[in-house]
Design a binder for this molecule. Sequence first.
Ligand code: G3P
Length: 221
Amino acid sequence: MKFFIDTANLDQIKEAQDLGVLDGVTTNPSLMAKEGITGDDNVIKHYKAICGIVDNNVSAEVISTTYEEMIKEGEALAKIDSKIVVKIPMIKDGVKAIKYLSSKGIRTNCTLIFSPGQALLAAKAGASYVSPFLGRLDDISTDGLQLIEDIRLIFDNYQYETEILAASIRGPLHIVNCAKLGADVITAPLSAITALLKHPLTDSGLAQFLADHDKAAKAAK
Ligand code: G3P
């Protein structure tokens, strides 16, 4: 399973990259705004900076919502760096834009997926990734993980190459459950990724090992 980090924060991207387990980055207009990135030049500069940190797979989302504008913006984003994956919303013109961009060899990530039917349409259009939003479904008392399971079944039935990129991850258990269900990729905040490291028995076990080592070393003096 690939691990992406869901942020536009350069320090957090660097920290995840340093951990040695990072396969990519996903951003969206809200995450870019959170970092204060506005204006075409700054946006391009920021994507270049992200591409300079990670090896591949940097999702950059279009702001436009019509077919013509989305393909123009998508082509411009793709020109920034070969690591860029153009993120397109699941709307009618978005599906058309995914079809066009994928026919030009530009990788796409269809975002704001909340139903298996939306994922099926995006795969048919040739999306490289679909992004089902788990946490936002959970927030409205709907089972986000069930969506991952349903999309996995559909994609496997027809051998779609589109990868399931589980998004809107809220914690480490979402990541583990996505892995159990066969999601190809998770994108998560740094806090959810690093939470995977933690177990109280690891901490107490290590403390005991080191204490035993010290005791034996002192006794040997
Ligand atoms: O990348 C988009 C997605 O992960 C959004 O997450 O936490 O805003 O629902 P969230």
